[in-house]
Design a protein around this ligand. Structure first.
Ligand SMILES: O=C(O)CCC(=O)C(=O)O
Length: 276
């Protein structure tokens, strides 16, 4: 279906609960907490990759549904760990294309190798992510991260030291998994007849301390709001609210470790062993 124009007034007769929200914003945060979008965030194929990258114990933290109709959307250079702090910092993103995305409708752009950068603390909030404030004298603060104007978003000065950013063109169903220190951005959708719909979720290792919760939290930890999606943890956690099945590890199984055994042919073979 081709969409010719974007109706900014919600249809009073529409029974689509998202229509009103999307008339106000180009994205909706945490749809996974109020709808079956939880299933997308806990999709087992996405969690398989996530588990391999940051697991075995995985928290599912954040979801963002993007619509980005013609002329809208776009987010300037930023690093996700600047917003969602996890200690140790194990945050990663999964950017799920819900349709064809390219430079015209506002795909993501990434800076190859920038995942090795530290998180640049935002100016004016006491060093942001950095605990030992005086230990990083050469780690300058940045201003206006996420602003789409490179003149005011000073993270663009660090980006400029790298080879040109890469547009990530994707087809519906493709998923980009990316490190939370990666410099990335998007531009507004400059088509007149296409949306740029995507579903973006964030995960971290479930042994991390997570002083973050989208809705705010009471106390020192937001761990109890994060869904345990894989493995096990001694930290507090939330369970899926809409009955999505997740594969967790029994406490007994959690004590298992894999030992590698050398073979005559020089290869290694895994042996399942229980810890004493
Ligand atoms: O998809 C976009 O337009 C921006 C998404 C993004 O930067 C993020 O998820 O961190």
């Amino acid at each position: 279906m081709k969409v010719q124009s974007f109706d900014t007034k919600p249809d009073p007769n529409s029974r689509d609960p998202l229509k009103e929200e999307f008339a106000k914003a180009t994205r909706i945060h945490m749809l996974s907490r109020i709808a079956a979008a939880e299933r997308g965030m806990l999709n087992p194929r996405i969690l398989d990759v996530t588990e391999a990258l940051i697991g075995p114990d995985v928290y599912a933290l954040q979801s963002m549904m993007f619509l980005n109709p013609p002329g809208k959307g776009g987010q300037g250079w930023h690093q996700d760990s600047c917003y969602i702090k996890t200690h140790p910092d194990t945050l990663m993103g999964a950017w799920i294309a819900l349709e064809e995305v390219d430079e015209e409708n506002g795909c993501l752009w990434v800076v190859s190798g920038s995942n090795h950068e530290p998180v640049y603390p935002p100016d004016g909030i006491g060093g942001g992510n950095v605990h030992a404030l005086d230990a990083f004298g050469d780690l300058h603060a940045v201003q206006n991260v996420s602003n789409i104007d490179d003149e005011v978003n000073t993270l663009s000065k660090v980006v400029a030291k790298y080879p040109p950013a890469i547009p990530v063109k994707m087809s519906a169903g493709d998923v980009l998994f990316f490190h939370s220190h990666l410099f990335h951005r998007s531009y507004p959708n400059r088509t007149t007849d296409r949306y740029r719909r995507s579903y973006v979720c964030h995960y971290c290792n479930a042994r991390s301390w997570v002083p973050w919760d989208h809705d705010g939290y009471e106390g020192d930890s937001g761990n109890y709001r994060q869904i345990l999606a894989r493995g096990s943890t001694s930290q507090p956690y939330a369970e899926p609210a809409f009955g999505t099945e997740v594969y967790l590890t029994d406490t007994d199984e959690a004590g298992e470790s894999v030992t590698m055994m050398g073979m005559d042919n020089g290869m290694m073979m895994p042996m399942g062993m229980k810890k004493e």
